[in-house]
Write a protein that binds this ligand. Structure first.
Ligand code: NAP
Length: 355
């Protein structure tokens, strides 16, 4: 039995039956294939920054991704950056920014490993990895072979992809290739980021620094000195809803006094005429204050969207708090929040889902 809590940023969860650390692509494939052949459950573990492990632990094999390697090559006007799944994401961003390569500078300060980034199409402050990913190399557990998927085959959406949805357990990401723009300008598409840069030249480096500062102020940079960062980042996905649901949420917020005179609900256009809402805003206006505590689990004091372990929290406490948050938003604003982390060792993929 191998304790898992130390492998997660939440520091919650019981032990795994077995843990295999894979430092080469071959070892990673073998670790998963062997377990699949035995009919064992498999958890592919990256940085553990988006993971909730059950108190009872994980009754199966954990394959820890520890593959390394980054290579850069010129492809026309772009630089192709191929990184192994086990490369730490933030260090890669720092290196690419230092090398003057544009395309991922707004994604600084995000914990975890490269291999996790295509799964939920990691994005922040106006950029997402699908803007630059050209290929994903993966082990196809169903067909027992290595595949190279072009970006168009990955079915990227808002914090979503083929790897998360239809083929949830089918692929193990082995490496990701990004196409970056040498000497390109930084992306400035996000109001909060543009404001943070006021009075400074916008370069790749200043944008990276500004993003890290914004994230730090929200407890979204891993930091042993910041108890609010002992979390899995955002616990809920910003919901993308239909127009009626968005209008309904705004009307309910107004009727309950959660939305004051002259204020409007933050809403952003999403593909297909849908509307993206800010989950953190919904949580606050549903009456769940920052710092709300349930046992040793709490809503972060810096950002309503993060649930944190205040020390000694159990997965049970964390889920009870998550359910309380979700129920408050549903009851007061009519929007159902979906959790963002991966759950391991639970009976269902989403232990918060009813039924
Ligand atoms: P925030 O800035 O409070 O924004 C909340 C919501 O408003 C998000 O849905 C955000 O969209 C949206 N929004 C704000 N300005 C926008 C604009 N100019 N155009 C379109 N949409 C806009 O969010 P936060 O929770 O503090 O997070 C900051 C950033 O980190 C966000 O971009 C968030 O998505 C990102 N983040 C990503 C992950 C992840 O990939 N798993 C986890 C944590 C945070 P977007 O979400 O599209 O930006």
């Amino acid at each position: 039995m191998v304790p898992l809590e130390g492998f997660t940023t939440l520091r919650i969860g019981g032990p795994a039956r077995e843990l295999v650390e894979a430092t080469t692509e071959g070892d990673l494939i073998d670790a998963v294939r062997e377990a699949d052949e035995r009919g064992d459950r498999v958890l592919v573990l990256g940085g553990g920054s988006n993971l909730v492990v059950a108190d009872a632990g994980f009754d199966g094999r954990v394959a820890r991704v520890a593959t390394r390697g980054v290579s850069l090559s010129r492809e026309g006007e772009r630089v192709a950056v191929r990184a192994a799944a086990g490369e730490p994401w933030d260090a890669l961003v720092a290196r690419l920014v230092d090398e003057g390569l544009a395309g991922v500078e707004c994604l600084a300060g995000i914990p975890g490993l490269v291999g996790a980034t295509p799964v939920q199409n990691v994005g922040a402050y106006g950029q997402e990895v699908s803007d630059t990913i050209t290929r994903v190399r993966a082990w196809d557990r169903r067909d027992g072979r290595v595949v190279e998927l072009a970006a168009g085959q990955c079915d990227f959406g808002y914090r979503d992809s083929l790897f998360k949805r239809d083929a949830r357990d089918r692929y193990v990401v082995l490496a990701v290739t990004f196409a970056l723009r040498p000497g390109g300008a930084p992306a400035l598409r996000y109001g909060e980021l543009t404001r943070a840069l006021e009075g400074r030249d916008a370069t790749l480096a200043t944008v990276r620094d500004a993003v890290v500062s914004l994230r730090r102020a929200k407890g979204m940079v891993l930091d042993a000195g910041d108890p609010d960062s002992q979390s899995a980042g955002s616990f809920f996905v910003n919901p993308v809803v239909d127009e009626d649901t968005a209008r309904g949420a705004e009307a309910r917020a107004r009727a309950s006094g959660a939305l004051r005179e002259g204020e409007s609900m933050p809403r952003f256009a999403a593909p297909g005429g849908r509307v993206k809402l800010a989950a953190g805003w919904l949580i606050e206006r549903a009456g769940v204050a920052k710092g709300t505590r349930l046992g040793n689990a709490a809503v972060s004091q810096k950002h309503s969207l993060a649930l944190v372990n205040r020390g000694g929290a159990t997965a049970r406490e964390l889920l009870a708090l998550a359910a309380m948050v979700r129920d408050a938003v549903r009851a007061r604003l009519g929007v159902t929040l979906t959790p963002e982390p991966v759950f391991a060792g639970f009976d269902r993929d989403d232990p918060l889902a009813s039924g």
